[in-house]
Design a binder for this molecule. Sequence first.
Ligand code: ZN
Length: 161
Amino acid sequence: MADSKQLYQEVILDHNRKPRNWGVLPDATHKAEGHNPLCGDHIVLTLKMDGDTVDAVNFQGESCAICKASSSMMTTTVKGKSRSGAEQLVREFRDMATGQLNVDSPHHLGRLTVFSGVRDLPTRVKCAILPWHTLHAALNSEASVTTEADADPMHAPVGNA
Ligand code: ZN
């Protein structure tokens, strides 16, 4: 566990120092905003689809380190994925962060498993999930999402919409 904790801290630091795909895509085809009032996270996601493929995804906003790192890794991971491939990652990430996915069983999360520890940090789960829930909203042309009440990503249905 010491190694995975150290890796987690290194990844969070690295992506906060150098967030990948930061900014707003000028030629975005999809856009969504995500809010997590619990922490104060607010991100704007712009997405460019090329047919069924995620051609590019950028993010910008004000967020804590966990949300920023999760957003940054999300943008690099879903680039080049199909819509259904991206939605599958949304489901798997959410299930991992809420402790419903065993990371020892087959999954497509790759290095994103560094976030598996947030399942033990209830106040941080929403920070880590926010970019993924916002991606889901962008893919489904929903303008904004919030982690509040009924729209709580831990309870909202994800995928196959
Ligand atoms: Zn946060």
